[in-house]
Design a protein around this ligand. Structure first.
Ligand SMILES: Nc1ncnc2c1ncn2[C@@H]1O[C@H](COP(=O)(O)OP(=O)(O)OP(=O)(O)O)[C@@H](O)[C@H]1O
Ligand SMILES: [Mg+2]
Length: 309
């Protein structure tokens, strides 16, 4: 047995050991492990986003072993956060976007773009130097389409600017890292379908292109959804989303759509997850249970530093 085997068996071992969960730490060259019996859920307590500006990699979450889960913002894959209402998706977004905004304010080439039907997530960026192509609200479908049109035009310009000898576009002030936030995306698509089917079809096409081609030209899609519905986000789109977080989810199927490796007991247990607790899958990293950092909304607005601050 290796440490990973013990981790996999933890749910079956814990009832017999009288503990909530196990912390399994490999030692040496995997020759032995230190196993700690945890009396309570290590993710039960709120984990506040440290004061900024946070330099180095961006802080995504903290895992059950109290280790920070981080990523390089400039090479992060397209990302999806899924979960029922009140499960903590937008708050996860606040902590990520606050970190991006602070870097942009410090002069890093980072822009925030996107579509936000309720406006709450992207409103703090209105009027800031680091915002571009933002559409708030749902009243005007043409505006949403225009926003995505511009993003796809930017994509095409960047593809043309790709150096012959490279498969990735260097980040410059002209071609900054662009974070494209798609808040409440299935709800937005559903509303567009009802308002104007042709616009909805074009918007879907644009997002499919961004997911397929934008990463190598430093444009990163961050999609937030209550459920990763197969009819609204197809398999091709899901496959492009390399970093996936599922906050509290109502069904085992929802969890397994984003984390095919989640065993049924883990997926079922996730229906009662606390706000901010998520299952996370990333390329090159197995399924991990994590807690997203907590950043109260007023602090988010202040750290983004827009007109509303
Ligand atoms: N990381 C966290 N730590 C502690 N509490 C949290 C965390 N994330 C969210 N919460 C709590 O849950 C509430 C709802 O979170 P949030 O608005 O992010 O949910 P949501 O998934 O975006 O919901 P909706 O789909 O309705 O927009 C927050 O106001 C806060 O009280
Ligand atoms: Mg939300």
């Amino acid at each position: 047995m290796v440490a990973a085997d013990v981790r996999d068996l933890a749910d079956r071992l814990c009832p017999h050991l009288g503990c909530h969960s196990l912390r399994v730490e490999s030692r040496g060259h995997g020759a032995y492990a230190v196993i700690t019996l945890l009396a309570s859920d290590p993710l039960a307590g709120v984990y506040t986003l440290p004061r900024g500006p946070i330099t180095g990699p961006v802080l995504l979450a903290r895992d059950e072993e109290a280790q920070d889960v981080t990523a390089d913002l400039y090479t992060m894959p397209h990302t999806i956060a899924s979960g029922q209402t009140g499960s903590g998706k937008s708050s996860f977004g606040y902590s990520l976007l606050a970190q991006a905004a602070e870097r942009a304010k410090a002069g890093e080439p980072i822009r925030i773009a996107g579509v936000d039907p309720s406006s709450v997530t992207l409103r703090p960026f209105a009027g800031t130097a680091h915002a571009e192509h933002i559409s708030l609200g749902l009243k005007d479908p043409a505006r949403i389409e225009r926003t995505l049109d511009r993003l796809v035009t930017d994509l095409d310009n960047r593809l043309e600017a790709m150096p012959i000898a490279s498969d990735i576009l260097p980040i410059t002030d002209e071609h900054p890292l662009t974070l494209i936030v798609l808040e409440e995306w299935p709800a937005t698509l559903r509303a567009l379908d009802a308002l104007d089917k042709k616009v909805a079809a074009r918007v879907r096409g644009h997002v499919a292109r961004l997911l397929a081609e934008a990463r190598k030209v430093r444009m990163m899609v961050f999609m937030l959804v209550q459920r990763p519905e197969a009819n609204l986000i197809g398999g091709a789109e899901r496959a492009q989303l390399g970093l996936r977080l599922s906050f509290r989810s109502d069904s085992v199927e929802s969890v397994r759509l984003l984390h095919s490796d989640a065993d049924p007991a883990m997926a079922a247990g996730h229906s009662t997850a606390l706000p901010g607790v998520a299952l996370m899958s990333a390329v090159g990293r197995g399924l991990t249970r994590v807690r997203a950092p907590w950043l109260p909304y007023a602090d988010y607005v202040r750290r983004v530093g827009g007109a509303a601050a």
